[in-house]
Design a protein around this ligand. Sequence first.
Ligand SMILES: *[C@@H]1O[C@H](CO)[C@@H](O)[C@H](O)[C@H]1NC(C)=O
Ligand SMILES: *[C@@H]1O[C@H](CO)[C@@H](O)[C@H](O)[C@H]1NC(C)=O
Ligand SMILES: *[C@@H]1O[C@H](CO)[C@@H](O)[C@H](O)[C@H]1NC(C)=O
Ligand SMILES: *[C@@H]1O[C@H](CO)[C@@H](O)[C@H](O)[C@H]1NC(C)=O
Ligand SMILES: *[C@@H]1O[C@H](CO)[C@@H](O)[C@H](O)[C@H]1NC(C)=O
Length: 402
Amino acid sequence: MFNSLLVSLLHCLLLGATAQAKYIAPGARWRDTEGNVVNAHAGSVVFDNGTFWLFGEYKTQAQPEGGGVSVYSSTDLATWQSHGLALVPIQGHPYISPQMIIQRPKVVYSEPTGQYHMLWHADNSSYGLLLQGLATADTIAGPYSFVNATAPLGNWSQDFGLFTDYKDGRSYALYSNGDTKEGRDVYLTAYDEEVSALDQVVYRFNKYDLEAPTIVQTEKSYYALMSHKTGYRPNNVVAFRADKLSGPWSQPWIVAPLNTRTFNSQSGFTLRIKGKKKTTYLYLGDQWDGNSIWESRYIWLPMNIDDDKKTLQLDWYDVYDLDIQSGEWSPVKGTTYLGKDATTSGNAFKQEANFASGGTILTGIYGNDSTVTFHGIEGTGKPQWVSFYYQNIDDMGFGDQQ
Ligand SMILES: *[C@@H]1O[C@H](CO)[C@@H](O)[C@H](O)[C@H]1NC(C)=O
Ligand SMILES: *[C@@H]1O[C@H](CO)[C@@H](O)[C@H](O)[C@H]1NC(C)=O
Ligand SMILES: *[C@@H]1O[C@H](CO)[C@@H](O)[C@H](O)[C@H]1NC(C)=O
Ligand SMILES: *[C@@H]1O[C@H](CO)[C@@H](O)[C@H](O)[C@H]1NC(C)=O
Ligand SMILES: *[C@@H]1O[C@H](CO)[C@@H](O)[C@H](O)[C@H]1NC(C)=O
């Protein structure tokens, strides 16, 4: 996303967390237990029999789409073991061939069928079909067998989301209706008991041109998060709140600080973790990399929800420690090294910036001979995370650049 842009450093932060520890580092390169990059884009997480299962789009440079659905398991949401592909593309298949689009996969256990049901946005490469796919498996990791790809209640479906109400177990599909003018809405539609077919529309978010929908449920509220439609460029994700899924839903509000475009991420999924001491709600966003989509990363952050004030907000943490047993989490602390104390060489220079710590940014860091050096950094002697705070100044070209 930033390759062609001027990125100016504000400061860097050396964190106490060791790189191997069980911490969540939003936006870092996550590796699985075999050392491979976690490849599960636009993912969703299901908790099943004590284990978290992450399903997502499998992307490679050679095949950014149509790679199938990957699956990983974890007991702490930080250590991920790969189980390969849960949905394997089939050459020549009308809906799951490598030439087709398999996006935003979700998995839910169906009590009546005793099987796991995988649902996704099924499409062709020009997004002309706008269907929802269904595949089933006897075990959660699959492999899943294709069942059908259908038009939801005869309509179009884009950017598929799935929500299961923890109070009554009912599942719902969320989908936007496509990019046409008539398609400016997002549907919330109940599934039948089997979670095989859609039953009826429960609510229609009309007149909003939004996508990547997800719902998170608290004791008293439902919060629906969605992003605007700006392709793989991040924008300000919004949330709506309601007491009931059928509404009335509130006006939308922006969930993260302006100018961060939701910390460079798009909504996609949310996860409720009911621990022994606390219930924590995680935002599972995608940090799409428009230049190399297969290398896109994940922004997972705890949501700050206040049901009395009816607010939901995302705050940034470089690295945090989440205890899924207690449900508690805490940010990992570090030492900050300011740009104003660094030295520069070549074309790099310091510039006044009243928003930066110390009032100074480091900029002009191009080419081979322009450097900035932070001094006096003391590590623990073990691998540690380092965070760089930067300014991305493509505001002027918003919508035109990636
Ligand atoms: C649940 O997990 C336990 C321990 O991993 C395993 O022994 C058991 O067979 C699992 N149960 C089901 C229904 O998968
Ligand atoms: C996708 O499907 C639509 C609707 O059938 C069709 O018009 C379009 O040509 C298809 N695109 C490709 C690339 O096959
Ligand atoms: C289908 O979409 C159209 C246009 O958005 C809408 O008017 C209609 O109510 C939808 N019907 C269903 C069943 O979703
Ligand atoms: C897709 O398959 C499911 C499960 O068999 C079934 O309930 C549903 O009606 C099918 N959809 C269509 C449109 O055939
Ligand atoms: C850096 O140096 C290498 C080797 O001299 C050169 O090929 C490359 O173009 C240089 N890159 C930039 C950005 O100046």
